[in-house]
Design a protein around this ligand. Structure first.
Ligand SMILES: *[C@@H]1O[C@H](CO)[C@@H](O)[C@H](O)[C@H]1NC(C)=O
Ligand SMILES: *[C@@H]1O[C@H](CO)[C@@H](O)[C@H](O)[C@H]1NC(C)=O
Ligand SMILES: *[C@@H]1O[C@H](CO)[C@@H](O)[C@H](O)[C@H]1NC(C)=O
Ligand SMILES: *[C@@H]1O[C@H](CO)[C@@H](O)[C@H](O)[C@H]1NC(C)=O
Ligand SMILES: *[C@@H]1O[C@H](CO)[C@@H](O)[C@H](O)[C@H]1NC(C)=O
Ligand SMILES: *[C@@H]1O[C@H](CO)[C@@H](O)[C@H](O)[C@H]1NC(C)=O
Ligand SMILES: *[C@@H]1O[C@H](CO)[C@@H](O)[C@H](O)[C@H]1NC(C)=O
Ligand SMILES: *[C@@H]1O[C@H](CO)[C@@H](O)[C@H](O)[C@H]1NC(C)=O
Length: 654
């Protein structure tokens, strides 16, 4: 009996011993298998030998936790690993805190099971030849604090979801081929950041502006602080010190800088206090001599700036009181505007050249929050600031559906900018002359009529209500609204330039008298509008030498063709596919010819031109197939005049 018990005890003890022995030597078996799988699949240098019979925790490059229950860190820098990381190998090390595979020749994409590393704090994959997009598996590793993907061959954009990595303190993406724009990355403790030598473009988000320029250098088209401004219209960025992002955790360098500033401020402050005391002393002494009422303070530049910020149009009277500091950033918005950005936003916008004209260059500026505006950078402005402002004030008041509203302006010694709405549908010039031929949708007759009508209305409003001469009518200044109505842009700028620049700058639209007098008038606008009508009818650009003979302008060419009784030859071949429009085309041609009369006094006034176009007997010439009943180019009053009262344009003698 006892023998049995004894032997049982022995077995039990042995079993327990075995158990406990096994426990002491325990190793993370699953992690070991995962590592062996990796080791067997990925070629590496011979010196890296992992002994399968020894504990994984003793292997080169591996650390386990204190209880040896999981692999805690894996560091294999520069051990000649080659090829891609096979899935379902390393990805099984779910307890990993540190992973370094830097300076090998690993390639391919990062396996998606890297998202298993939910506890990972540091990931060093630099100096390999990994490819593919920014690994989306990594944006789930929310404990990550150091991420180094530098010097690989990654492509695609840097995703906004990097913000998922809220504990990130260092992000190193330099020397890859990342493209697109930089997302606004704002992990609160990010202190090291480098995206240099990629193919990034666009503006640097403000939250990243605290990093040095060398963090961003060597990219395709990255711009904005700390790199040069995005805006060709501001050659030198002039951010005021207050604009620098406040409240960011400061690195050592920054805090040192700040304390220097603080010292300076304290010094200046105490000097000011001393001066103030002296000033009061003198004041008191003077008061004793003669008492005098205190001067009411002038509205300060700051108060003005606030008014501008609030979007309320400001009184311009106090401008002269502005200091040089205020001089720098005054983006003056007109009343009733829809925008709420400031000069700083405009500075950070990415800009693209829309067109270069003789008065300046226009840019399409996309602000960070998505607003798109057109910024025109004027050159050779000769008028004084006051004259400039009063002209802007006049232009800013003009509100009409067929006039592109001017939203804001900026005047400084070096820069004069105009901000207006961006019209994505483009210009009449592009519609008429862009990519003729192959696969192009021609501008149909109804739309041409509609453009003629709405342009005329816009110009008449400028002349009558605004008392403003357009001065630069041409098809590239006629912009299309989404509803296909046209609106006129770039108006009323001639008074800003001296007579040294030709008033109407585009040959072909210029009235004959303007060439001599260099002075634009309401009647010279009518002439240019007449040329525009001819352009709509003939499909020929007046400023291009496509009229056969050299040096012959569009009105003279039309006149010569019409005189030879070849009227039909005048019209755009693209219009030939539409039926029953000949009469209207001839009527519009007659209006155009009246406008381009060489004698200014023989040209109709703009409001008469509007009436003439409105009075064309549209839609009554045919079976109604072409005309729709809601034809917008009819008179705004909606009634069609009876046939008897229709005035044939040729008989209207202005
Ligand atoms: C592998 O480890 C076992 C046990 O620790 C040891 O006996 C053996 O010598 C090792 N082999 C090599 C090649 O180091
Ligand atoms: C190690 O194991 C002991 C008991 O098994 C446990 O109390 C301790 O928390 C473990 N330590 C770690 C670091 O996991
Ligand atoms: C890790 O990823 C693998 C796929 O490679 C998956 O089979 C496994 O379940 C994951 N493990 C954990 C702990 O999430
Ligand atoms: C961000 O992290 C959460 C978990 O915290 C995850 O569910 C989500 O998918 C992550 N987003 C991306 C884009 O990876
Ligand atoms: C990166 O990828 C491109 C094409 O995908 C290839 O031409 C280039 O050699 C790669 N660079 C390296 C260092 O492998
Ligand atoms: C940022 O750092 C501070 C101090 O080290 C720490 O208390 C805080 O939790 C960190 N925040 C995040 C989101 O990691
Ligand atoms: C940036 O580059 C991408 C293509 O990589 C392009 O689609 C985008 O328009 C560019 N953006 C700017 C602002 O140039
Ligand atoms: C960023 O990386 C580039 C290229 O490796 C280097 O020249 C530059 O000094 C780095 N900048 C910072 C701020 O680390």
């Amino acid at each position: 009996m006892s023998l049995i018990f004894d032997s049982l005890t022995v077995i039990l003890v042995a079993f327990l011993l075995l158990l406990s022995h096994g426990r002491v030597d325990s190793e993370p078996v699953q992690d070991k298998q995962a590592l062996l799988a990796f080791f067997n699949l990925v070629p590496h240098e011979n010196r890296l030998q992992w002994n399968a019979s020894a504990s994984v925790c003793t292997w080169f490059g591996i650390e386990c936790d204190a209880n040896q229950s999981f692999v805690y860190s894996l560091r294999l820098p520069g051990v000649g690993l080659i090829g891609s990381i096979p899935p379902n190998t390393l990805g099984r090390l779910s307890q990993l805190r540190v992973l370094s595979l830097r300076s090998n020749r690993l390639s391919g994409e990062i396996p998606s099971d890297f998202s298993n590393f939910t506890l990972l704090r540091s990931l060093y994959l630099q100096n390999n030849v990994f490819t593919g997009d920014f690994p989306s598996s990594l944006t789930r590793l929310t404990r990550l604090s150091r991420l180094d993907l530098s010097s690989n061959n990654f492509t695609g954009s840097i995703p906004f979801s990097v913000n998922n990595l809220s504990h990130l303190t260092g992000l190193f993406l330099q020397n890859n081929r990342f493209a697109g724009s930089l997302p606004s990355l704002n992990p609160s403790n990010l202190t090291n950041f480098n995206v240099s030598n990629n193919n990034l473009n666009g503006s640097i988000p403000q939250v990243l502006a605290k990093f040095p320029a060398s963090s961003f250098s060597g990219n395709l088209q990255l711009c904005g602080s700390p790199l040069p401004s995005c805006n060709p219209f501001f050659p030198s960025p002039a951010p005021s010190p207050s604009e620098i992002t406040p409240g960011l955790p400061s690195s050592h360098k920054k805090s040192r800088k700040l304390s220097t500033i603080a010292i300076v401020l304290i010094a200046v402050g105490s000097a000011l206090v001393a001066l103030l005391l002296l000033f009061f002393l003198i004041l008191c002494l003077r008061r004793k001599q003669r008492s005098r009422p205190a001067k009411t303070p002038k509205p300060t530049a700051a108060a003005r700036a606030v008014a501008v910020e609030a979007g309320t149009s400001s009184s311009k009277d106090d401008i002269t009181g502005g200091s040089a500091e205020a001089e720098k950033n005054k983006l003056v918005f007109f009343e009733g505007g829809i925008y709420s950005f400031d000069l700083e936003d405009l500075l950070r916008a990415s800009a693209e050249v829309l067109g270069k004209g003789s008065v300046g260059t226009s840019y399409k500026a996309v602000l960070e929050e998505g607003t798109t505006v057109v910024v025109k950078r004027l050159k050779d402005v000769v008028v004084t600031k006051r004259e400039f402002e009063s002209q802007m004030e006049a232009l800013g008041k003009i509100k009409h559906d067929n006039v592109v509203p001017l939203r804001a302006y900026y005047y400084s010694k070096d820069e004069k900018l105009l901000v207006s709405d961006f019209m994505p549908a483009g210009s009449l010039s592009a519609l008429l002359h862009g990519s003729r031929g192959s696969g192009r949708t021609p501008l149909d007759w109804d739309n041409r009529m509609r453009i003629a009508m709405s342009t005329a209305r816009g110009l008449a409003h400028l002349h009558v209500a605004g008392k403003v001469i357009h001065g630069n009518i041409k098809s590239s200044n006629i912009l299309l609204r989404p509803d296909q109505d046209a609106c006129v842009s770039d108006f009323g700028l001639n008074p800003l330039f001296g007579t040294s620049t030709p008033p109407s700058r585009v040959a072909g639209y210029r009235a004959p008298e303007v060439v001599e007098t260099r002075k634009v008038t309401f009647k010279s606008d009518v002439y240019s509008f007449g040329v525009l009508l001819l352009e709509l009818l003939t499909g020929k650009a007046p400023n291009q030498a496509s009229l056969g003979e050299e040096g012959i302008d569009l009105p003279r060419w039309v006149q010569s063709v019409v005189r030879e009784e070849w009227t039909a030859e005048v019209f755009d071949v693209e219009l030939m596919r539409y039926h029953n429009i000949e009469e209207e085309m001839v009527q519009l041609l007659q209006i155009a010819m009246a406008c381009v009369s060489t004698v200014p006094d023989q040209r109709p006034a703009m409001q008469e031109v509007v009436r003439m176009i409105e009075d064309m007997n549209r839609g009554e010439t045919d079976d109604g197939l072409r005309q729709s009943s809601d034809d917008p180019s009819k008179g705004s009053d909606g009634h069609t005049p009876p046939p008897e009262s229709r005035t044939p344009p040729s008989t209207v003698t202005p």
